[in-house]
Design a binder for this molecule. Sequence first.
Ligand code: APR
Length: 236
Amino acid sequence: MNKSYQNIVILTGAGISAESGLATFRGANGLWNNYNVQDVASVEGFARNPTLVHQFYNELRPEILKAKPNAAHLAITKLQKEYAANVSIITQNVDTLHEQAGNENVYHIHGQFDQYVCLNCGHIFHNLNDITPQTPCPYCLVKGRLKPNIVFFGENLLYMDKVETLLETCDLFLSIGTSGTVFPAANFVQIAKKNKAETYEFTLEETSNNFFFDHHIYGKAGETFPDFVLELLKRT
Ligand code: APR
């Protein structure tokens, strides 16, 4: 960290929400230890058993609603407010803790837990109620066509044009709380690196794509990232 930066991109994963009490996907108590990801987060699984998938997200929703932003989310707000650079957040998380912490320029490439989409009329709407395969769409009233607006394995990510532009123009790429195991998000650091960005990862342990990071800061993001932001602000 030896210069001022103009365009900062922050990629976040489940690890940034861990200290807010939300389960990550892999590692100890990971969600995918207790559920088969193909059953509850894939296009085929949803077609095979929509009741199971709706039940999974109905059970996840109250957990997510209980969670509050932690010091890592708040440090991003501090960075956006006090550091003279464009700071954008690409998040793999479907929780809205970034927004609740006051983060701006947040792109949910895997969708959001509080949105549903009607596969009949295409409407995307805010929803916090339990959904079943019998729940009618509030717009076209057709039943059995509602899907969580969450990107399942087998679907395209959201905001990818914007992501491409952000990665091609960033000079500082910060990855917080992601294992770097799911593509294309795991590839973003390589694109940033190709464009000469300095790259940091903040995680608990070595990740699958750690080779591409210039710096590795191991520890809880709620502790390591606020320190990093203070350090960065000292240098302005
Ligand atoms: N502080 C920092 N990092 C943490 C913390 C913490 N308190 N707790 C966990 N981590 C790190 C772990 O070390 C791990 O590297 O967060 C990462 C969590 O990895 P995953 O559970 O694989 O979550 P993520 O990388 O976000 O998964 C990516 O996989 O199934 C899909 O769509 C799902 O968006 C998800 C994607």
